[in-house]
Design a protein around this ligand. Structure first.
Ligand SMILES: C[S@@+](CC[C@H](N)C(=O)[O-])C[C@H]1O[C@@H](n2cnc3c(N)ncnc32)[C@H](O)[C@@H]1O
Length: 749
């Protein structure tokens, strides 16, 4: 509005100037400058949208304010749009605040942008409020777009009941359109109950058609609902019904529906009749269907003749060959990404002597200290090692470059040899590097890497009967893949799931409840200062004690969708640290409550055989760094509160301990004490599970000091000491204003 007013003033001034003989008056010149500054500012902000670079957009707004330049509703709306693209809902709300402080009032377009920002960040309640309620509070009337935006937010969060009631409301207000119908049908397609939702989706599609509100987007949403519910014949019928001209998405959905039933010939015919290039997802499904039918020649031909090199279809093609017993040259299927993995291979081969497994592992760790790699190293490696028993058949989902697979092989050797590790990896470059490293380490008899989706390998029935399953691929898939694996699990099987707390696997946590005996190991994340993670060790309960899997709570589904979204986004674009932190702050209390209520969090040390456990009440000298939220180093006297053959649990007072470590000499003194404690623990032949108490009676995060090597201990201690100092002096992260992390990011940018 302000921009429109400015432009109106500008053109009036211009007209006056023309009538006065063509010369510009001073006021006209000023108006022109204002208008052109505004245009420039808005254009600069809009340029950030593609990358979702919201800190830059906010910085541009701030810079304009600093220079005393005018900012109007259009510029603020553009900034909110960029925030929506970057899923930065807090930043979007900051834009609203700033707009109001300028004396401007938001319009419907801005409310929709704010709603979209919340929707993109899986904040569906906020999105609903901003798109509809807040609009009404401002005495504005929501339009069809407001409803569509609210519905798509609820749909993304799997709130399908809410979506359907919003559709009814929109219909009663005469505001339903193709967008609202598409949102409702998409919600049904995404519903956990898609098996029964497809009928409802078809009805809505007919309703939309009758009201002349059906378009290709609504049509495709209906096809997707049918595809997800495995209704391939109904999907084919709808495609042929002639109501709408199908596009590449329509063909790909139906082809995917057929491919799910391994009807690859039908799927191929559909994709071939599509005039535009079918989606990569559809082609990937087709090639996988060919793989399941062992039609590897057709898979290879399709991949070759459709120019699919370097695309996501490559992994499926490589899998189709491997599952048929062939060993394709993985380099052919590798895309250009994977520079880091190839550099790692070169690094290790230059430094570790061939055939020395131990040296290879060390060099991978060494490399990971310079360039971050997503490895289960450090304390996680100790948990992994402790789970293994002599002769175990290990199945790992998520091999990456083979670090944890090699660790498992090393442990099996230490346990007397025998056993085997099979590890699945989706990415051909990572799988290729893993194979090369395994061969270099001389462990190719013990470790086998399979390229392709874990679910495809499980469905192929070629993974044997594992004793130990390591889940380290994609948190949102753990429960489905484990469910498919269950019939193949050996007696006394153990399942070790990594990354359950960070980035998080809420659906898995819900899946194992009542079906597995669960222990949570809380461990520091490798090379991620201050971040704790959970490794879950799960043993299947006896058939009679086992409950059938209950549907996950809605909150868990929402959180899982958000974790997936951030992980997905981080593979192709920058995800700001604040976004991860915010997600973690939402996720952690929910998962902790769930695990605490079931008594899973009383961490059990996986190491067994403590020869002479101290009796309860014994005093032990301890020091350890708490790498959780509090970020304090502790040098403390502790009391043994429990001792079992597998565990020594101690309690220490954090406040006392923290006070000890203020100077460097105190830090080194504390380090010495920690070394003593470590020695004491090892002397007893066991593992210390350390607890600290922040409030009397309240036990929180645990660390496992005796797992840590002295050099690492020293680093941890010093780092934690510094951060403890920083948080004491600067107020700490926990108490910060809602928008602090965004502000910092803006300043950084
Ligand atoms: C965290 S890394 C694994 C790290 C490895 N376990 C280690 O500690 O050395 C996860 C890997 O899983 C792979 N992945 C993701 N989804 C997958 C799937 N559905 N099937 C197989 N591998 C998958 C990714 O490509 C990635 O390399």
């Amino acid at each position: 509005m302000a921009l429109r007013a400015a432009l109106a003033r500008f053109s009036a001034a211009k007209k006056r100037g023309t009538r006065a003989g063509g010369g510009r008056c001073e006021d006209g010149f000023r108006q022109e400058t204002v208008a052109s500054n505004l245009q420039r500012l808005t254009a600069a902000i809009k340029r950030q949208k593609q990358k979702g670079a919201w800190p830059k957009a906010l910085a541009l707004l701030s810079a304009a304010a600093r220079k005393g330049e005018e900012r109007d509703l259009v510029a603020f709306t553009a900034a909110a749009d960029v925030c929506a693209r970057g899923s930065a809902w807090k930043a979007a709300l900051a834009v609203l605040k700033e707009l109001r402080s300028e004396g401007l009032a938001p319009d419907l377009v801005l409310w929709c942008a704010l709603g979209s920002a919340c929707s993109a960040a899986a904040q569906w309640r906020r999105a609903l409020h901003l798109s509809l309620q807040a609009v009404r509070e401002e005495c504005l009337a929501p339009n069809a777009f407001s409803f569509g935006s609210a519905m798509s937010a609820c749909s993304r969060a799997s709130q399908w009941d809410k979506v359907l009631s919003l559709l009814e409301e929109a219909q009663s207000l005469g505001l339903a359109n193709s967008f609202t119908f598409s949102s409702a049908i998409t919600a049904l397609a995404n519903s956990a109950d898609s098996e029964s939702g497809w009928g409802r989706a078809l009805c809505l599609w007919e309703e939309a058609q009758n009201a002349e509100m059906g378009n290709v987007v609504t049509f495709n949403a209906t096809l997707t609902a049918l595809e997800r519910a495995s209704q391939w014949h109904r999907a084919c019928e709808l495609l042929d019904s002639g109501g709408i001209r199908p596009d590449e998405v329509s063909y790909s959905s139906v082809a995917t529906a057929c491919a799910r039933w391994h009807l690859w010939e039908r799927s191929l015919a559909l994709l071939s009749s599509c005039l535009v290039r079918p989606t990569l997802g559809g082609q990937s499904c087709l090639v996988r269907a060919m793989g399941h039918a062992r039609a590897w020649e057709q898979a290879l031909h399709h991949w070759n003749s459709n120019g699919l090199r370097g695309s996501e279809v490559s992994a499926s093609t490589a899998w189709a060959l491997e599952v048929a017993g062939l060993t394709p040259e993985l380099r052919t299927f590798a895309s250009s990404s994977g520079r880091k993995e190839l550099t790692l291979l070169d690094f290790v081969q230059r430094r570790a002597p061939r055939g020395q497994l131990h040296a290879v592992l060390n060099e991978v760790r060494h490399f990971a200290r310079k360039e971050w790699l997503k490895l289960a190293a450090g304390a996680k490696a100790s948990v992994l090692r402790a789970v293994l028993r002599p002769g175990d058949a290990v199945l790992e989902l998520g091999c990456f470059v083979g670090f944890s697979a090699l660790l498992a092989a090393q442990r099996l050797r230490q346990l007397g040899g025998g056993g085997k590790v099979v590890s699945c990896e989706l990415n051909p470059v990572s799988a290729m590097v893993a194979r090369a490293l395994i061969a270099w380490a001389g462990a190719d008899d013990e470790v086998e890497v399979r390229v392709g989706l874990a679910s495809d390998w499980i469905a192929s029935g070629q993974l044997g009967r594992p004793d130990v399953v390591i889940l380290d691929h994609r948190g949102s898939r753990y429960h489905e893949d484990l469910n498919a694996l269950e019939p193949h699990l050996g007696k006394g099987a153990r399942v070790l799931a990594d990354n359950v707390l960070s980035p998080g696997a809420p659906l898995f946590l819900s899946f194992v409840d009542g079906r597995y005996d669960v222990t949570v190991h809380e461990v520091p994340e490798f090379r991620r200062k201050g971040r704790l993670d959970w490794m879950l060790l799960c043993a299947p309960l006896h058939r009679h004690a086992r409950q059938s899997a209950a549907p996950a709570p809605p909150e868990f589904r929402e959180l899982s969708a958000e974790v997936d979204r951030l992980c997905w986004r981080s593979s192709s674009a920058k995800v700001y640290g604040g976004d991860w932190q915010e997600l973690q702050e939402q996720l952690e209390p929910v998962l902790r409550r769930f695990a605490d209520a079931r008594g899973w969090t009383s961490a059990l040390s996986p190491r067994t055989n403590i020869r002479s456990p101290p009796s309860p009440g014994t005093r032990l000298w301890l020091q350890f760094s708490i790498v959780g939220r509090c970020k304090v180093s502790i040098a403390a006297e502790a009391t043994c509160v429990e001792a079992r053959p597998t565990l020594i649990r101690v309690a220490a007072a954090a406040a006392n301990g923290a006070a000890h470590v203020r100077t460097e000499s105190q830090a080194s003194h504390a380090l010495q004490q920690l070394e003593d404690a470590r020695g004491a623990a090892q002397g007893a032949g066991g593992v210390l599970v350390l607890q600290y108490v922040t409030r009397p009676g309240r036990h929180e995060a645990m660390g496992q000091a005796s797992y840590l090597a002295p050099a690492r201990l020293k680093r941890n201690l010093e780092e934690s000491w510094i951060s403890a100092w920083a948080s004491r002096n600067h107020g700490g992260a926990g108490s910060s204003d809602l928008l602090d992390s965004e502000r910092t990011a803006v300043e950084d940018s």
